[in-house]
Design a protein around this ligand. Sequence first.
Ligand SMILES: *Cc1c(COP(=O)(O)O)cnc(C)c1O
Length: 357
Amino acid sequence: MREKEAVRLKKGIQKYSRVNLIHLPTPFRKLENLTDELAGPEIYVKRDDLTGLAFGGNKSRKLEFIVPDMLAKKADVVVTWAALQSNWAMQTAAAARRFGIRPVLVLFKRYDLPEEYDGNMLLDYILDAEIRIKEPIRDKNVKTEDYLAVVEDVAEELRCRGHNPYVISVGGSKVLGSMTLPLGAISYVNAFAETLEQTKAACFEPDYIVHSTGSGATQAGLVVGAKFLAEKTKIVGISVSDEKKSFTKDIMDIAAETEKALGLDPKVESDDVIVFDEYIKDGYGIVNKEVAEVIRLVFTREGIVLDPVYTSKAFVGLMDLIKKGYFKRGDKVVFFHTGGTPALFPNKHKIVELLKQ
Ligand SMILES: *Cc1c(COP(=O)(O)O)cnc(C)c1O
């Protein structure tokens, strides 16, 4: 039964074209020092920060599946939106440039960072991306559609000038704009299969995967992969932005579209989508003392650099869940490092200040 479903899933993924942007499989290993020190489950790391496109990260997996769609639709410009120091925006710009597509990035000021050419904004600038900075949308009930409307205006202007823009939603997650299939999530179904091969080579299937959730496709893809390939593996998403309720719905929607796109019978249920929203703390992208300290801890113990917006908050969540007894002794937990390290640099003053306290 499971064998048959696994074959179907792998065939479903192979239907989609990919461009070769990254180095796969990404490394996988045990975090020996932290496993000892935290005295909870066995902790492993999957290094999707080492995908290799422009400092790496989860967005480059997604782009391997999204770029072919841009090419098929003969786009000459890609338009997307995100926050100022967005990994997604920078990775999209880097991928698009390699295929001769011009990136237009609509960046919303969302948090307390200067508009300076540092971190991802420096890389966007070097890539000669067209950057349009917008004031944040201050409505409390702001929805994806409100951002999409701003970006559609930009796309319309480009169309008037004779361009053929490809519009993608933030993070390459939601099926919106020009992306009519959940290509980002499909890449993470594939990432689950890749991880399972690595854990099986080490003679186990993971009990948990813990990772950071920001726009949903990473989690949706991992959840679909787990459901069809290794049902015992639970996927735990640590939110860095939205509350649990809205994320669970988004992830369920993306997962359902992904099952459909892969020709699978719908199986993912809301119980399969585990999201913790208590580690967002002061808000998206706001560095706190726990974040600064966990970056130091993981760097000193394992030589691995976490980012200050996503993976550090996810690791704070992982440590708190260990403390609260969420995992059993002997459980095998895989922490997905999803990248984002360029954002360390624009946060340098805050990090140093917090570590000095
Ligand atoms: C975007 C991002 C995430 C979240 O992935 P989603 O698929 O958007 O939920 C996690 N970590 C990093 C470093 C990211 O840039």
